[in-house]
Design a binder for this molecule. Structure first.
Ligand SMILES: Cc1ncc(COP(=O)(O)O)c(C=O)c1O
Ligand SMILES: N[C@@H](CCOP(=O)(O)O)C(=O)O
Length: 473
């Protein structure tokens, strides 16, 4: 399998090259040249597999440059009950009739990001050792990618992490998870801005090819194809748990911000997984809901990006939409580049409402969407607690709220759980008047000493910081 850039760069890359490069040299995102198809018989055979074995099967379809035995060992080392809290790794929990929650947040940092980031840590360690190289990872987080990346990379040989986060925009627990880490290879940087400013800086630094090469800059955000690939696995696993027979349909609802998680669902569907509907749920920052309803993609400014009670989804510029639009446009890299480079830069928006490709997008790709508000989140947290004895976090609540708008009788609807409630205790207290459960290993985390640097929203300032740290270590 080879990978190409959504913006048409001429290079065809192997998986491990994309793993280390992150962003393509032309600023585009790597996608597989084709989506491998999984037929009904194969899907049926996969019903019996454990999570690590299923991960190995799915990853093998996309990774041609790691020997099978090594890839299998990496999957087995990554997806263990000790790390993910249960032998099933990503179990389904039934809520109502036909409504399921897929538990993805039982890993080290209590968010779905661990599902991919733990694998990425092991893949990077393997590949860097094989090449005798090291890597400076530059990332952006609105709260969960940062801690998941740092927990996955701490102590890993050859890897240093520089993580940008929007100052004051994350929950107290999220900040404590990241800023209390004292490992010498972990560097937290708060930026005066919102998540989109952090992500813009990551892209700007990664697009300076001379700097990128000199300081060996890599990425762990979902701009890195390996992140998405790891997330494809749990769609297969969730589907196989929710259905009993060949080619039965099932739908997924996915709380969305950077469009990474649901883009993995799109990939699974393109591989032939019988997903009827892929329902995208946003909070009040509803850029993506607007796009799927109207065909108009209109990025919001920093001041128009609202601070909500599902803060990890306070994103107004969704990187991975580019991967979906590339497919929507029939894989026309020239048009994708025009939309995501020229039109977004010049107008901050593009409009596909009159384009024939958008007219049948819902039918062809299964997307539906909806938005949820603070009041919806509180009501859904209360309802899910009262009716199903299950406490969900505000992001998952956005998912459950929107899933109720798009359910189809007789067909399973799987909502992806994206974090545990303890990460957002203030909203849980507001909804339920009680504290969420706290795993003992996080007792008192908010009181630990913090190590964090503050920088302006300026790519050059971040480059200077990376250069200084890289030279002194
Ligand atoms: C808890 C939580 N829910 C949902 C999302 C949205 O996921 P994505 O950015 O992959 O769309 C994020 C962040 O990405 C998150 O941290
Ligand atoms: N919500 C994320 C933002 C970054 O998303 P990613 O999937 O691109 O890593 C976060 O919590 O940091």
């Amino acid at each position: 399998m080879h990978y190409v850039s959504t913006r048409g760069h001429s290079g065809r890359k192997q998986f491990c090259e994309t793993l280390l490069e992150g962003l393509a040299p032309d600023g585009g995102l790597y996608v597989p040249e084709t989506y491998p198809r999984v037929d009904d018989a194969t899907l049926d055979a996969w019903r019996a597999l454990s999570y690590p074995s299923l991960a190995f099967e799915v990853l093998s379809l996309y990774i041609g440059d790691i020997p099978s035995a090594d890839l299998k060992a990496i999957c087995e080392k990554t997806y263990t009950p000790e790390v993910f809290g249960s032998p099933k790794i990503a179990p389904l929990r039934q809520l109502g009739k036909g409504l399921h929650l897929q538990e993805l947040s039982n890993g080290p940092t209590l968010a779905f990001k661990d599902m991919a980031m733990q694998l990425l840590g092991n893949l990077l360690e393997y590949e860097l050792a094989r090449r005798h190289e090291d890597l400076n990872i530059l990332g952006a987080t609105s709260g969960d990618t940062g801690s998941a990346a740092e927990y996955a990379m701490r102590g890993k040989r050859g890897v240093r992490v520089f993580m940008l986060s929007p100052r004051g925009r994350m929950s107290a627990f999220q900040q404590a998870q990241m800023f209390s880490l004292q490992d010498s290879n972990i560097h937290n940087i708060t930026i005066d801005g919102v998540f989109d400013n952090c992500q813009d800086i990551v892209k700007r630094v990664s697009s300076d090819l001379e700097f990128k090469q000199r300081y060996r800059i890599g990425a762990v955000n979902s701009i890195n194809w390996a992140r998405l690939l790891a997330q494809v696995v749990y769609y297969f696993y969730g589907y196989l748990q929710a259905t009993e027979r060949r080619s039965a349909g099932a739908s997924f609802t996915v709380p969305s911000g950077n469009f990474g998680n649901i883009c993995a669902g799109h990939v699974a569907r393109m591989m032939g997984l019988p997903i009827s509907r892929l329902v995208l749920a946003t909070n009040e920052n509803d850029v993506l809901d607007e796009f799927f309803r109207t065909g108009i993609y209109r990025v919001r400014s920093r001041t128009d990006t609202l601070e909500t009670s599902s803060p990890s989804m306070d994103i107004s510029k969704a990187s991975n939409l580019e991967r979906f639009v590339f497919d929507l446009l029939g894989r026309d890299a020239g048009r994708t580049k025009l939309l995501f480079e020229d039109q977004l830069r010049e107008r901050g928006a593009f409009d596909l409402s009159g384009d024939p490709c958008f007219a049948d997008a819902a039918a062809r790709f299964g997307f539906r969407s909806g938005r949820s508000t603070h009041a919806d989140r509180l009501a859904t947290i209360r309802d899910t607690w009262g009716r199903y004895d299950t406490m969900i976090d505000p992001h998952t609540a956005d998912g459950v709220t929107v899933a109720h708008m798009h359910g189809s009788p007789g067909e399973p609807m799987i909502v992806l759980e994206t974090a545990l409630p303890i990460k957002f205790a203030a909203t849980i207290r507001e909804a339920l008047g009680r504290e969420p459960d706290r795993p003992a290993r996080f007792d008192g985390i908010e009181d630990l000493p913090k190590r964090v640097e503050a920088l302006p929203a300026d790519a050059q300032a971040v480059k200077n910081y990376i250069a200084r740290i890289a030279q002194t270590h």
